[in-house]
Design a binder for this molecule. Sequence first.
Ligand code: SF4
Ligand code: SF4
Length: 330
Amino acid sequence: MSDRVPMNGEMCVKCGICEAVCPSRLSSLRSLDLDRSGALPEEIVNCTTCNRCVASCPRSVPITKAIERMRQSMTTQGYAETLANLSAYGTSIVPTSPCNVDVKSCKVAYFAGCLTNHRMGGIAASVEYTLDYLGIEFTRIPEVCCGSPLNRIGRFDLARKMLEKNLGMLRSLGVETVITSCPGCTSTLMEYQDEFEVLHYLDLYDRHRLYTDVDKSDRVATMQFPCHLYRNVSPYTMIIAEQILSAMYDYRRMPEADRCCGAGGGVRRNDLALSRQLKARKVDDIRAMAPDIVITACPQCKVHLSEDVPGIEDLSVVLARALGFSQHEF
Ligand code: SF4
Ligand code: SF4
């Protein structure tokens, strides 16, 4: 098989912007389009798939997709762990308990994702509470992984098989709209937008103007913009998030709020030290804001940042509390 990755490489003008914005400081980026076989393996696995390079590239070179494709034939300890979990449990992480959900025929489904289902039940409980608050009838499904972690390591065929299992369940229940809370699940399910309306909870809350239902406090809040929500789903999600937070708090945007925290693309699982190194600048930026509360809208960002920013919350949780949800500890 050729090493060449179809990525419109001829379009690259070698401006170096991708290298300049890359949080992992990958020095091989400018050469990727011409000689991908020469890219260092460690540079390929160190990409967090944050998509900042692609968003900044004046020629729209699909750098991240090329890196994922180069990972196709690589096996590292972290990749092996992901593949083993998927094979053994159908989830990207080892489940701590069975995920018991109510399944019924319904036009709306809530798809929570592996990390939320098995480590962060508070996010799922908060989204479910808010759906009830809005009077939206919904079903859950016994989810398997959406396939996003497999796409990030180039296992596109396996990812599609996982996603198809979920889609089959959604189709059998007559679901037309899928509500999500995980950025990776959202962008993966959005590949099927022709068949399902896929709405991240922020889009839904915006549609129902939930920021008009909350009271404002003088607590200072800031927010980490999740890469996969801001760049892979839509920058508009962060406009909604900031509108909600401004209605609830003295909201202040941190510098480079969209810079990756270092958790994504399998980097945290593959090289914890590197992912923590990437996080250090983000933590400094957060602390410089002296916030009373730090928000994100991604379970993976929350896991990673909570090591240094205890009390960091998902936006779904603080909003549900402001709407009357009384469950404080998850
Ligand atoms: S930003 Fe785009 S055009 Fe510039 S060097 Fe990178 S890939 Fe090439
Ligand atoms: S996706 Fe992010 S980490 Fe990967 S090469 Fe692009 S900017 Fe760097």
